[in-house]
Design a protein around this ligand. Structure first.
Ligand SMILES: Nc1ncnc2c1ncn2[C@@H]1O[C@H](COP(=O)(O)OP(=O)(O)OP(=O)(O)O)[C@@H](O)[C@H]1O
Ligand SMILES: [Mg+2]
Length: 257
């Protein structure tokens, strides 16, 4: 015998969520953008976050990723409180995001943007410090997102939709545990939406958890389960996409009553 036999731990309680938001609030002047908002994201899910315009979705992302400081409330990653959320530190803990308005490095080339995302200084792109595998991966992603012809162009020469694709491709250069996508398909053509969807599915199958703000209801219904619904900064419904879609309160929120 070589050692003790591993015995599976008894499933005594629900697993710790990868992300938990407790009673989170954020005001801008008199506007309660996020208002006592609480929800959890279970590990291994593609969770949807929806709600009417101005319901607080992006603000929640900004609070969770440390781009804004909350007025009140708690954020827990893997059950551990995030006391002073800081984007760089959270990134090192495996939390990645995209922005509603894509953020890329405008002065770098398209390929250099991917090198940076893989953790390399962009100057090292041509040198031995950038692993061949990363370079190959970057070039393969650019080909898939129809950006290969722009590889050596400055990123600020890309169209809005192409910037969104580049930001998304950059995310795929690392292996984050939790990815927050803020309207990944807005302004992106239908073929590329399919490509993005396939990549999300592949990453999900490989173990990445997603929290996705998405206005394309068809995509949302195909991709996300559960779905969390915000209205005026608070959660008003959550559950399977089909159930949420027919929820009275959700319909009222979208109709603006
Ligand atoms: N930096 C800011 N300064 C002032 N008010 C803000 C700021 N950011 C957001 N708000 C306000 O907070 C509320 C929530 O905005 P937020 O952008 O989080 O909504 P959203 O659900 O992402 O909307 P959308 O679907 O349009 O992207 C809105 O009333 C918005 O005008
Ligand atoms: Mg938004």
């Amino acid at each position: 015998m070589t050692g003790p036999t591993a015995s599976a731990p008894a499933p005594t309680s629900t697993p710790t969520p990868i992300l938990e938001v407790r009673d989170l609030s954020k005001h801008f002047g008199g506007v309660a953008a996020v208002d006592h908002c609480s929800f959890t994201v279970a590990r291994g899910t593609v969770t949807g976050l929806i709600g009417p315009n101005g319901s607080g979705k992006t603000t929640v992302f900004n609070l969770v990723t440390g781009h804004l400081a909350a007025d009140a409330g708690q954020i827990l990653l893997d059950g551990r409180p995030v006391t002073r959320p800081d984007p760089a530190r959270l990134h090192r803990r495996g939390l990645c995001r995209t922005f509603q308005q894509p953020r890329i490095f405008p002065d770098l080339t398209v390929l250099e943007n991917l090198a940076v995302a893989a953790g390399h200084p962009w100057q090292a792109l041509a040198g031995p410090r950038v692993r061949r595998a990363d370079r190959d991966r970057g070039e393969a992603l650019l080909a898939e997102f129809a950006l290969a012809a722009h590889s050596a162009h400055r990123a600020d020469e890309l169209s809005y939709g192409q910037r969104k694709l580049l930001e998304f491709a950059a995310l795929l250069m690392s292996s984050p545990a939790l990815v927050l996508l803020d309207e990944p398909t807005a302004g992106v053509n239908p073929t590329m939406v399919r490509t993005m969807e396939r990549h999300i599915r592949e990453r999900h199958a490989a173990g990445t958890t997603f929290l996705v703000v998405e206005h394309d209801m068809n995509l949302l219904m195909r991709l996300c389960d559960p779905v969390i619904v915000l209205d005026r900064g608070a959660v008003i419904a959550q559950g399977a996409p089909g159930a949420v879609q027919t929820d009275r309160q959700v319909l009222d929120a979208y109709l603006g009553s």
